[in-house]
Design a protein around this ligand. Structure first.
Ligand code: NAP
Length: 158
């Protein structure tokens, strides 16, 4: 059975992605920074008959949490077929570069940027043990330099 880890999968896009992968025969490690919220999501999926799923506690912005999650997952599986870096935050949207607080910028970078790097580095050895390992980075138009450089883009002035 193929395996997948999705970060921030206790709700929204991550949760729906878990559902799709489960319906396609994957065993899903449902990443959640809060164990209780993650377990609730797992219970919801199981109630729908999607049983090949368990919660993996992981806060992508917390180095210790990422390392602990890596150790926990390594004890459960020899390889990881799909890693989906889904967890992400907007910060206090919308905000201007001219007055956004540095604390907000740091929080967003710790999650959306450094979080992706540290999660990828932590799980890469497991992905490399898969015959067809895949890493998916979920992003947004808000991360596009091309769009941000286009004065006609609806968020250009945000
Ligand atoms: N929704 C959109 O229109 C849209 C458009 C383009 C791209 N995206 C991208 O899609 C991804 C998911 O977005 P979404 O709309 O589903 O967002 P969402 O509803 O806000 O859900 C975000 C998920 O990430 C988790 N998360 C946040 N910080 C985390 C951290 N430090 N460690 C682990 N998990 C963390 C949240 O956990 P908690 O429940 O604990 O907060 C939640 O499970 C993001 O990367 C986002 O940039 C979304």
């Amino acid at each position: 059975m193929k395996t997948a880890l999705i970060t921030g999968a206790n709700k929204s896009i991550g949760f729906e992605t878990a559902k799709v992968l489960l319906k396609n025969g994957y065993y899903v490690y449902l990443g959640s920074r809060d164990l209780q919220r993650g377990q609730q999501a797992v219970d919801t999926l199981k109630a729908e008959g999607l049983t090949a799923v368990e919660v993996l506690q992981i806060d992508v912005a917390d180095e210790q949490s990422v390392q602990q999650a890596k150790e926990n997952l390594s004890q459960k599986t020899q390889s990881l077929d799909v890693l989906i870096n889904n967890a992400g935050i907007l910060g206090s949207y919308d905000q201007k570069a001219s007055d956004v607080s540095l604390a907000t910028v740091r929080e967003v970078y710790d999650t959306n940027f450094f979080g992706v790097i540290q999660v990828t580095q932590a799980f890469l050895p497991l992905v490399q043990k898969s015959d067809q390992g895949v890493i998916v980075n979920v992003t947004s138009g808000l991360g596009s330099l091309t769009l941000h450089s286009d004065p006609n883009w609806k968020h250009y002035h945000v």
